[in-house]
Design a protein around this ligand. Structure first.
Ligand SMILES: NC(=O)C1=CN([C@@H]2O[C@H](COP(=O)(O)OP(=O)(O)OC[C@H]3O[C@@H](n4cnc5c(N)ncnc54)[C@H](O)[C@@H]3O)[C@@H](O)[C@H]2O)C=CC1
Ligand SMILES: C[N+](C)(C)CC(=O)CC(=O)[O-]
Length: 469
């Protein structure tokens, strides 16, 4: 098990701690704030509910999060040190000096800085400078995969590759920012929208809620799956990007934006913005808002995953690395997962159709184990389900851990019969059972036929083992 040290356990440090721990890393936190453990506990509670729902497999066993009395103790054994103290260069410089004294000579060091260039931090960092990189995440760190990795020119390519491997391993998308620049890439884009929005409120054009609506009902949905350039390419119609630039390029010279002006944060403006924000969502506490945000993000990410695009493509690739070798237990464990938030219905529990999906996924896992895998299917053979009887025995809800075990009750020629049991947690109460009858088919004729001999043999062996016959 690898160790991550989190220096500064606020909003961002808490998110890093949760992501590392949920991906099976041991985590050591140093934060002098006596409230830090409580705050990280609250972040961890939300993260432990949300992150596992993204995946169709179980996450690795959770790593322990320990709070340390000193920075020295926190970094002593760390493979990765993530600095997340407030955005002040004097403070970050002092923290790096201390990390340099106590961290292992091979530890990689990331800074969450939103805006400082890596060279500004490396200049006073002494021996750790060649291992210190900007690793700028996005809130909530445990759900959003993007991390801007800005090494600058002081970090060797092999160290950058090691950093990318670690970040990819915990499910993130390290965007290698090749040239260092104030505020990297994404914060520059975010700041331009934020600045424009503040002017719109100050000038009385729109309220905070109207601005949020202009994003969430429109271009925010486009950005999440295609970004900016691909979206505008489509906006150019059949003539594409060149036509789009031809049509809208000249507008850039018109007074459409106030991008270089800074609004004066007078007490009146602060009161106006804070007041409108309170009217919009002041009835919800921060944890309720976080939960709403996290549930929406899980549902959006799972929709992208279903399409195999954007961040969903990354999820699929990461999930492959999380699959563990099947055990030879009887009955076979064929599913271990969390109930995702988009599987619930009007009654607030898992929809009956999703039970069918879990059992179908369990059958596909069994098919893989008997050799009726992707290659077998591509070669024109498969199983079709002919009959399913599900008994619903207890409710389950979003976030619940469930496990399916499967017995082969008949494996004879083209006939395959399975009996699945779904439980809460490995040893919890029985939630549902499924008696399923499948027929082996030729995908060319779409008619039933016997399986290939090696699949038939494996199936017969399993049926004997599972029925004791
Ligand atoms: N909040 C955000 O949306 C994002 C922030 N960031 C960056 O992450 C960093 C941290 O920001 P937040 O988590 O928002 O701030 P925060 O104020 O929530 O947390 C900072 C934490 O650092 C602790 N701290 C202060 N001095 C310390 C020291 N000497 N040693 C250890 N801990 C110390 C504080 O007690 C506090 O818990 C900043 O560099 C910020 O720019 C990056 C991405 C997004
Ligand atoms: C406002 N901010 C500059 C701290 C934002 C970030 O750095 C990234 C984010 O999560 O929006």
């Amino acid at each position: 098990m690898r160790t991550a040290a989190i220096i500064g356990g606020g909003v961002i440090g808490g998110g890093w701690a949760a992501r590392f721990a949920l991906m099976g890393w041991r985590v050591r936190v140093y934060d002098p704030d006596p409230e830090a453990a409580r705050k990280i506990g609250a972040v961890m509670e939300g993260a432990a509910r949300a992150l596992p729902m993204l995946y169709d497999v179980a996450l690795p066993p959770r790593g322990e999060i320990r709070f340390c009395e000193t920075l020295a103790e926190a970094v002593a054994e760390a493979d990765w040190v993530q600095e997340s103290v407030p955005e002040r260069i004097d403070l970050k410089t002092r923290v790096f000096a201390e990390i340099g004294v106590h961290a292992r000579p091979d530890a990689l060091i990331g800074t969450s800085t939103s805006g400082f260039k890596p060279s500004e931090l490396q200049d006073n960092a002494g021996a750790i400078a060649p291992r210190l990189m900007v690793a700028h995440p996005f809130n909530p760190v445990y759900l959003l995969p993007l991390v801007e990795l800005v090494p600058g020119s002081n970090v060797a390519p092999d160290i950058v590759e090691k950093a990318k491997t670690i970040l990819t391993g915990i499910g993130m998308y390290p965007l290698h920012v090749r040239a260092e620049i104030d505020a990297h890439i994404a914060d520059r884009l975010l700041e331009s929208v934020w600045r424009e929005a503040l002017w719109l409120v100050k000038d009385g054009i729109a309220t905070t809620e109207e601005i949020d609506n202009s994003i969430r009902y429109g271009f925010g949905l486009r950005w999440a799956q295609m970004g900016l350039f691909e979206t505008y390419r489509i906006a150019g119609g059949e003539a594409g990007m060149a036509h789009f630039l031809d049509q809208f390029g000249p507008c850039l010279a018109w007074p459409w934006s106030r991008l270089t002006e800074v609004p004066d944060f007078t007490p009146e403006l602060v009161q106006l913005i804070a007041g409108q924000s309170d009217a919009q969502s002041g009835h919800l506490d921060i944890r309720a808002l976080e939960r709403q945000r996290d549930d929406n993000l899980v549902a959006l990410l799972r929709a992208l995953r279903q399409q195999g695009t954007a961040a969903g493509k990354l999820l699929i690739a990461h999930e492959k690395t999380l699959r563990t070798a099947p055990s030879s237990s009887v009955p076979m464990v064929t599913q271990t997962r969390r109930v995702p938030v988009d599987w619930t219905d009007v009654n607030g529990h898992m929809n009956e159709g999703r039970f069918g999906q879990v059992f179908s996924d369990a059958s596909e896992e069994l098919m893989r184990r008997i050799g009726a895998d992707e290659d077998y299917i591509a070669a024109g053979h498969s199983y079709f389900t002919a009959e399913t009887t599900i008994k619903y025995l207890a409710e389950c809800h979003a976030g619940d851990a469930v496990q399916v075990t499967t017995c082969v009750t008949l494996g004879e020629g083209k006939k395959l019969r399975l009996f699945h049991e779904m439980r809460r947690d490995p040893e919890g109460d029985l939630l549902a059972t499924c008696d399923q009858f499948l027929l082996h088919v030729s995908l060319k004729t779409r008619r039933s036929c016997p399986p290939l001999p090696e699949v038939a043999a494996r199936l017969e062996r399993l049926a004997t083992e599972h029925t004791g016959a």
